[in-house]
Structure formats: structure tokens, C-alpha cells
Design a binder for this molecule. Structure first.
Ligand code: HEC
Length: 145
């Protein structure tokens, strides 16, 4: 009888304990879910802020003329590499032709030199290149500081 009673109280106690543990686990689980939800919101906010900043940054750079020159200069570098580097050096530091860094000449003057060449020194590229090509080359030369 007492044995039976003890067993029953033990079982009841165990059940209570299980219920308590389950409640505690549920609370903790709920807390963890809340934390995770908050984190998701945080990440989304951060992404939103970054996107807005990026959009603003893009606007800001779009209004600067330099950003338009960069792809031009890159195209100019390819032209230089194929047509000028064997005389002016791969790094344009000069070889048979002079160093092309820090040129003091105006765009118009450079255009004339590239299109018309220099008699007995440098070939004329006026027939080979379109105006856009010459502009790209000059944009590249302007990056040589
Ligand atoms: C056959 C060799 C040769 C090639 C190819 C060549 N150049 Fe030249 N370039 C020269 C020489 C030599 C001079 C210097 C002439 C002088 O000072 O009388 C020169 C001068 C110049 C100058 C004037 C530099 C200064 O300080 O006044 C520019 C700019 C120039 N070259 C750009 C180019 C570009 C751009 C290309 C390619 C499209 C090119 N050159 C291809 C040989 C070459």
C-alpha cells in the first residue's frame, strides 16, 4: 500500500517535473524564436540601409564626369597596349618613344599628335582610329600620373 502510494507520488512528481521542464523549454524556445525574428528584422533593416546608400552613391558618382571616363580609359588602355606599347613601353614609361606620364599638352594637341603622327618618329593613327578611340586613348593617357 505504502509502496503503491510512494510509486504514485513518484510518478506524479515525475509528471510535474516533465510538465515544468516542457514549459521551461517552450519559454526558452519562444524566446529564441523572438530573438531570431528580431535578428531577421535587423538584417533586413541593414540591407535596406545599404541598398539606399548604394542607390545614393550611384547617383552621386553618376553626376561626376570621372565615372564616365573610367570605362573610356579602360578602352584606351587596350588600344594603347595594342598600338603604342611597343614604342612607349608596356607601362608607358618610355622605350623607343618617350615616357607618356604627366603630359603637359592639351587634349587638342594630343589628338593632333595621335591622328597625324610625328614625321619620321611616330606613325599617324588618324585612319586607323575613330574619334572615340582617340578620346579613349587620351582618357587613358590622363590616368598616367
Ligand atoms: C613607332 C613607334 C611609336 C608608336 C607605335 C607610337 N609612338 Fe608615340 N611617339 C614616338 C616617338 C619616337 C615620339 C617622340 C617624338 C619626338 O619627340 O619628336 C612619340 C611621341 C608621342 C607623344 C608626345 C609625347 C610628348 O611628351 O610630347 C604622344 C602623346 C604619343 N607619342 C602618343 C602615342 C600613342 C597614343 C600611340 C599609340 C596610338 C603612339 N604614340 C604610338 C613613337 C611611337
Amino acid at each position: 500500500m505504502t509502496q503503491d502510494f510512494n510509486t504514485r507520488t513518484a510518478v506524479a512528481r515525475a509528471r510535474r517535473r516533465i510538465r515544468m521542464l516542457r514549459r521551461r523549454w517552450l519559454r526558452r524556445f519562444a524566446a529564441r524564436r523572438a530573438v531570431r525574428a528580431l535578428r531577421t528584422v535587423q538584417v533586413m533593416l541593414l540591407l535596406a540601409v545599404l541598398l539606399v546608400r548604394k542607390a545614393h552613391g550611384a547617383d552621386a558618382t553618376n553626376s561626376m564626369p570621372e565615372s564616365a571616363l573610367m570605362p573610356k580609359a579602360a578602352a584606351g588602355y587596350r588600344l594603347f597596349d595594342h598600338n603604342c606599347a611597343h614604342c612607349h613601353g608596356d607601362d608607358a614609361r618610355g622605350d623607343e618613344g618617350p615616357d607618356l606620364h604627366d603630359l603637359r599638352k592639351s587634349d587638342e594637341k594630343l589628338q593632333r599628335i595621335i591622328k597625324g603622327g610625328i614625321k619620321g618618329e611616330m606613325p599617324a593613327f588618324g585612319k586607323k582610329f575613330k574619334d572615340a578611340d582617340v578620346e579613349a586613348l587620351i582618357a587613358f593617357l590622363r590616368t598616367l600620373k
